[in-house]
Ligand binder design. Structure first.
Ligand code: SF4
Ligand code: SF4
Ligand code: SF4
Length: 582
């Protein structure tokens, strides 16, 4: 690629043609602060925090969108620049409800960090009237929006519209009274929001948060009449460490298990067990559809964000969805039936807690037809962030905890299960089982590399027992929409599709630790977290779901065989066709 040379603060910098000043500065190890900017998502140059001086320009320019030219001279550190940034922050603070001592984002708030870095120590400078619409929206099952902490950066509406293709939130009203909301002031919970939480993941302040259930969990643990069990999803272990200062992509499975035990959970189980179970049921369902002329393409059903999207935006394709419950729900169902029976516990006395990378799981636990034992399969769904808060609250020195193992039998899993957390992982896990079932032969290689990687849409064809099986993988709902439109228009034909609601899959879920724009814009956090899972898979002694000894025992002792009547009653579910409300 052609490089051009500019000067930043008097020093020559060579950067690829087409770079912005922000990107060129990064090459020269100069950090220009940003706030509204998110690479490829929100490039609107609106907040003016990233302003710099350019020789010949009449006014300061927004470096995040300003392209470099040969010979350009830029200053990022003049009094004029620093004063402008500080004034911008002071103005933002004038309409910001400042409760930094208790705010959930304190210590991890991009606004707070910028005020600190730019020495905004006169935060009341422009104090005056507050905008009219400083209201709280608590209508959704998964999240709360507090507009009194919103800085109108529009990252949330950009990710909802441009990445997820949902577009239920945006700027309402004008000027001073502008606020983020829904059309006609509907509650978010009354719209076609799919609960993915991608807006929370990108929000720089405490304006968007998941509904916090940590107090509920502490109360359940303290109740001597309750048996409180916990399951943790695959991608939680690949990201939880970030909350404790560990590098992105550190696998903290052992320390996470130790922390959960010290929090007081009776047993610490692994959602990976249920991921293996999902593969048993899903592979069986897929083979049945292929052999008996069922509805194809079959589409995976692990991601509740995707499921709600399908119900709203592709209701005519709900028959294509696998009827398998998600691993979270399968786990809860097995816990309150098979495990409860074996342990002699009344399911009504069980509190089934999950830790998920996901906010849509908070919506999912309240869906119909998710109550195999007559009580909800899962009672409380926490995010990775909420688990981190619990660990911090009881003062555990997380990084120093020993590595401990999950409890048996619902803690036993395979390499196929752990890769569920990355886009393409469910497809790869299913192929490992389906191909061996169809051919009756042992696979020479378990790595289906064509479906790995963070590309939004991946396609592959595998010849299995003489039949070409066309598969596709999409992550992020905008990509899902593009893929499904191709299917509907007859431009593509697949047998099996994996769709995950979040870009990159659950590793990048809406409940994962929030990384600031300064990291997100320059680091591929999805690949780093996914690598932690693929490395774990490669190192595991058993890498195929159908070889998980505890799963084999579950079928022998309780379910019979995949797709049995009992398996259907406990492990499968139904969907609804919803309207679009936006
Ligand atoms: S809610 Fe958060 S992401 Fe959305 S505009 Fe406000 S501060 Fe920005
Ligand atoms: S949760 Fe997802 S769908 Fe709902 S508003 Fe946020 S980004 Fe949009
Ligand atoms: S991709 Fe994962 S984190 Fe995102 S909505 Fe689906 S299950 Fe939740």
């Amino acid at each position: 690629m052609e490089n051009i040379t500019i000067k930043i603060n008097g020093v020559e910098v060579s950067a690829p043609k087409g770079s912005t000043i922000l990107e060129a500065a990064r090459i020269a190890h100069i950090k220009i602060p940003t706030l509204c900017y998110l690479k490829e998502i929100n490039e609107i140059g609106a907040c003016r925090i990233c302003v710099v001086e350019v020789k010949g320009a009449k006014s300061l320019v927004a470096s995040c969108v300003y392209p470099i030219n040969e010979g350009m001279e830029v200053w990022t550190n003049t009094p004029k620049v620093l004063d402008s940034r500080r004034k911008t922050l002071q103005l933002i603070l004038s309409t910001h409800r400042r409760e930094c001592l208790s705010c959930v984002r304190s210590g991890n708030c991009e606004l707070q960090q910028l005020c600190h870095e730019l020495k905004v120590d006169d935060e009341n400078k422009y104090e005056g009237a507050m905008p009219e619409k400083c209201m709280l929206d608590t209508s959704a099952a998964h999240m709360i929006r507090d507009n009194s902490k919103c800085i109108l950066c529009r990252r949330c509406s950009a990710v909802c519209e441009n990445v997820q293709g949902v577009g239920v939130i945006g700027a309402n009203a004008r000027g001073f009274n502008t606020y983020i909301g829904q059309a006609f002031d509907m509650g978010l919970g009354d719209t076609s929001c799919v609960s993915c939480g991608q807006c929370i993941a990108v929000c720089p302040t405490g304006a968007l948060t998941e509904k916090d259930c940590t107090d509920e969990v502490f109360a359940a643990i303290a109740d001597p009449t309750k048996h409180v069990f916990v399951q943790t999803a695959p991608s939680v272990r690949a990201a939880l460490g970030e909350e404790f200062g560990l590098p992105i992509g550190t696998n903290v499975e052992g320390r996470m298990v130790a922390a959960l035990r010290r929090l007081g959970f009776e047993k610490v189980f692994d959602t990976d067990f249920a991921a293996d179970l999902t593969i048993m049921e899903e592979a069986n369902e897929f083979l049945g559809r292929v052999q008996n002329g069922g509805v194809l393409p079959m589409i995976t059903s692990c991601s509740p964000g995707w499921i709600k999207y399908c119900e709203h935006y592709f209701p005519d394709m709900t028959e294509n969805l696998s009827s398998c419950k998600s691993p979270q729900q399968m786990f809860g169902a097995v816990l309150k039936t098979y495990y409860a029976e074996k342990a002699g516990i009344d399911p009504k006395d069980i509190v089934s807690v999950s830790v998920m990378p996901c906010t849509a799981k908070k919506f999912e636990i309240g869906r119909d037809d998710q109550d195999a034992a007559g009580v909800p399969d899962v009672d409380i769904a926490l995010t990775t962030r909420e688990l981190a808060r619990m660990i911090k609250r009881i003062g555990l020195d997380f990084t120093e905890l020993p590595d401990e193992k999950f409890d048996d039998p619902l803690g036993e899993s395979t390499g196929a299960a752990v890769i569920f957390g990355a886009t393409g992982g469910v497809m790869e896990a299913a192929l490992r089982t389906a191909v061996e079932k169809l051919t009756g032969e042992t696979l020479a290689s378990l790595d289906f590399k064509e479906v790995r990687g963070i590309e939004g849409i991946k396609e592959a064809t595998y010849n299995v027992a003489g039949m070409d099986v066309n598969v596709a993988v999409a992550s992020g709902l905008g990509n899902a929409r593009a893929l499904l439109n191709k299917v509907k228009n007859g431009e593509a034909s697949y047998h099996f599709i994996e769709i995950m609601g979040c870009p990159g899959g659950c590793v990048n879920g809406g409940g994962q630790p929030q990384q600031p724009g300064t990291v997100r814009n320059f680091t591929d956090i999805r690949s780093l977290r996914a690598k932690a899972l693929y490395d774990q898979d490669a190192a595991m002694p058993v890498r195929k779901s159908h070889e998980n000894p505890s799963i084999i025992k579950l079928y022998d002792e309780y379910l019979g065989e995949p797709g049995s009547h009992k398996a259907h009653e406990i492990l499968h579910t139904t969907y609804v066709k919803r309207k679009v409300n936006q």
